[in-house]
Design a protein around this ligand. Sequence first.
Ligand code: ADP
Ligand code: ZN
Ligand code: ZN
Length: 684
Amino acid sequence: MKKIPKLQIEKILQIALDTPLNQFFDYLWRGEELPKVGQFALLTFGRREMVGLIVDVKSDSEVPRDKLKSIIAIRDQLPVVSSEWIDLCRFAAEYYQRPLGEVALPSIPKNCRALKTTALDKALKKEFRKPLVAHIDQEKNEPPQLNAAQQLAVQEIVEAEGYTATLLFGVTGSGKTEVYLQVAAQLLARNSSAQILILVPEINLTPQLQGNLQTRFPELIIAVLHSGMSEGDRTRHWLAAHSGKARLILGTRLAILASLPTLKLIIVDEEHDPSYKQQDGLRYSARDLAIWRAKQLNIPVVLGSATPSLETWQHTNSRRYSKLCLPNRAVNSAVLPAMRLIDLAKDKAQYGLTSALMSALKSRLQKGEQSLLYLNRRGYAPVLACEACGWMSNCTRCSSNLVLHKSESKSGHRLRCHHCSFELPIPQSCPTCGNADIQPLGRGTQRIEEHLHLIFPEARISRIDADSTRLKGSAQAAFETVHRGEVDILIGTQMVAKGHDFKNLTLVGIINPDSALFTQDFRASERLFAQLMQVSGRAGRAAQKEGVSPSEVFIQTRYPQHPLYQTLKNHDYPRFAQECLKERQQADLPPFIFQALLRAEAKELHMAIAFLKQAATIDMPEDIFVHDPIPMSLMKMANLERAQLLIESRSRTSLQTFLKKWLPQLSNFKPRISWSLEVDPVDI
Ligand code: ADP
Ligand code: ZN
Ligand code: ZN
């Protein structure tokens, strides 16, 4: 008997593609089984083949039928993404003023949207193996007895129904992680398919937490998502999350855009951290998207920090978020470190270290305790200079210095730009006057490390910064040696400041924090305060024992009387926040006002400024305030000169409405130059 052919269906598929050209593109579908919204499709776009996301299936198109191209294939082996997930991407796209495809497609692994499906098919076939436990902490197999504040926090969070945003405001070492773990345990036990997303600000914080989660929940699949993974790993982990098999998802900011079909709780650890903000392309804030996503799904979101962002703090003031406090350190008898401000005018630093800090280091060494020196400047010295003629090693492509980086051999020493990566060998003599005596000025982590070896030749010294941890896995290895007690003095940049639970560390030295006190950036003091609180919080996390030094923090400064240091000394974040918010309110700054920043770059500054001036002359509604265009603080970068235009409004909605009308007009300006827009900018 002859088979009757099935009816061919003809429909229009609306597709989002990863291109800035347009929001959506219509394609023709003819086939037997109608594709679904949330499937991915292979198609030709111009002359290229591409994979796009189906966002709508409809009967009509504004494009005439004969102009419509057909879909080549549907990626039906990939489970459909949910309409909630598409809506999340749609919101992010609209809010940050980008096409939907530029949000949705990059947030799924490359293998899932590759032209060939080999890698995807392979990943789908492989049963998801549990990731190897990175760092097992044997003592932690049994959950500790929660203290009263922790108990209350856990209870409030698990009892919350529907959407609630909660700030878990806990001093460093107060056991926020333990609260997350026990909340997770209760939620997962209650709901046998629930997924929990935990965000951390840095890749190198994932192994410690992953180890904790894996030992606490050995039977569960944990997916990890961050930008340091191979494509193969990323695909497997993403699929585990997307299929709902992974119940715990741990990741950095990009994980907020993961497809999580049964998400029931979001935790944003160290919510204040600037790295939750993406700094190029889609300039989103993962923390803000977490709030939106929780609202959308009607689930709780927990923001944890010892130094919350002022935005979040203000939300707790206005009761939009609730606040739970962990006022003390969790480990019995562990206390916050004593803060000592060392006046550099009185105690002159040698090799960058004051005698007070030096003798504190010495006593720690003698007792076998660990110390941490914090300097947020990598490299050997920030600049090389000639005293005879005033020459300095400037980057010719950027308005910044070339930083001196030493290497094992002298011939490997380099001058390197931290903005454009331009590199030069060290000149033998001054390029301007020929003087042979050119000297490094100032200090970076490398130079401090060199000095430490001279002063304490017997000490085991380790440096952790972006330079020392270039190789994959090297950061984790370095942190593990510290945890194992194989390091006496650790020196590092902000990489070492965050989140790590160092058990044997009793001293923190902060070498040169003053420069951030006097910058124009109104967020500098908020950031400095948070950084210093965080790094100080690495000291004294274990129980105080007899013979062990009480934990201390030494801050070397020229301005010991500065109010920021005085509040820091008292560990008084609420006071600091209150003062800052008062200033911000008086000066009409965020969080009391909403901002967007238009940046333009061109061969010459006047072109960028002219573009911004033109942009500013467009009819502005009354509730939008436009500043004058100004050069960016790092004006020149990689041979382009840059300027910015700040736009403000008291109403987020007005600002959004305005941006939507305004941006399309900018694309028509002549001459064309490159520009970008950032909503809620953090670096102004
Ligand atoms: P935070 O994230 O708030 O800085 P952590 O979660 O890292 O703090 O906890 C600090 C230390 O206290 C960890 O070593 C943790 O195991 C321990 N800890 C947490 N809660 C308790 C508790 N209830 N009893 C004893 N120790 C605890
Ligand atoms: Zn010279
Ligand atoms: Zn440069």
